[in-house]
Design a protein around this ligand. Sequence first.
Ligand code: AMP
Ligand code: MG
Length: 397
Amino acid sequence: MIPVADGQARILAQVIRPLTPEAVGLTAGLGRVLARDVAAPFDVPPADNSAVDGYAIRAADLVAGGRARLRVVSDLAAGSTFEGALASGDALRIMTGAPMPAGADTVVPQELAERENGDVRLNAVAAGANVRARGEDVRAGAVVLRAGTVLRPQELGLLASLGQGDAWVHARPRVALLSTGDEVVEPGLPRKPGQIYDANRFSLHGLVEAAGAVSVDFGIVPDVRDVLRARLLEAGESADVVITSGGVSVGLYDLVKQVLGEIGGIDFWQVAMQPGRPFAVGKIGESHFFGLPGNPVASMLCFLLFVRPALWKLAGRRDLEPPRFTAVAAEPMTKKPGRREFKRGIVRFTERGWEVATTGPQGSGILSSMVLANCLIVLEEPRGDVGVGDVVLVELL
Ligand code: AMP
Ligand code: MG
C-alpha cells in the first residue's frame, strides 16, 4: 500500500513539462493557463485622470472651509484632452476618466459646485482629492500576471486593459475516455438483464472539462483483449492522456495488465485510501495512462486526487492544490487509522461557523452520495473515529 501523497508525487514527477503554448483571442482565454509572464507595456491608468464628474482646479485656489468662485474655461469629456495649462483662478469642467489638465491637481465633485453664468462656486475639498494617479493600478514594466496563472474574468480584463488582443496560453490536454466492461451499456440504448448503464464516462467527461482539458470520447470497450488493445493504441495516438474506468479489479486485472504491458507500461497501485482502490498508472507511447476503478464514486475520487493534478500540470498551472478549509463535524464518523478516507459531505455555514455532516451511506458504488454532496470530508491517515464537534478538513466539490 502506498500513501495518497506518495502516489500524487510519483504521478507529478512523470509529467515533465507542460504542453506547448499557443496564442488565443482573449475571449477564448477564459480558464486557460498563461504560458508567459505578462509585463505592463505602459502605466495603467496611462495619465492622471478624474475619478468623478466635477471641476478640475488648482488646490491653491480653494479657501479652506470657504467657497471659491472660479472661471469655467472649458468642458472636457472622457476621451478628449485639454490643450494648454489651467491658470490660477480657472476651473475646467471634467468628466470621470478624462485626463487632468496640466496645472490642475484636484477635482471638486459637481455635487459641491454651483454654476453662476460663466463661473462656478466650489466648496473646498482636500488638495489632490478625486484624482486617479497615473500608474496607480499598474506601473509600466511591472509583471502583472505570472506564467502558470489561470485566466479568470479579472485577468482577461487586465490583459485587455494592457492593450493585448490575445493571450499566450498552454494547449489544453486532450484526454481520451474509455469505459471497460461487458456489462456496461451506452445510455439511451436498451439494457438487458445484468447490464448497467455507463455512468463513469459521463462523470469523467465533466471532470475532465471542468479541469480545463478536452475530453475525447472512445466509448465502451468490451473485456476482450484484442479490442481493448486496438482501442487503447488508437486512444494513445490521439490524446495526451488516456483514462479507462473498470477492469483493474482482481478479475480483470490481467487483461489490462497484459495489454498495457505490450503497448507501453503499467504499474498497479494499492493506495491507502477509502474509497478508491485499485488504481493503475502507466504509459501508452508518449501518452499518460490512468486506469481508474469501476465503482463510480471511486473513479471520480481517483480522478480528483491523481489525474486532475497531472492535467493541471500538463496545462501549465502553477498551483496544483485544491483549496481546503476546516469545519466542525456535526455527526460522528467512523475512520480507520492508517489510510486517508474521503467522505461525501454537506458543509454549511451556521451561527457557530462551518459545520459538516456526511451525505449518509458511503459505499463506493453509491453515486447519489456525490450528488447530495457539496464537499469531500478529508480524514488524514493518522486519525481514528471522528466525534461530534471535532475539527475536520473539507474540500469543496
Ligand atoms: P470493475 O473494476 O470493472 O470490476 O468494476 C467495479 C464495479 O464498477 C462493478 O460493479 C462494475 O459494474 C462497476 N462499473 C464499471 N464500469 C462502470 C461504468 N462505466 N459505469 C458505472 N459502473 C461501472
Ligand atoms: Mg469491469
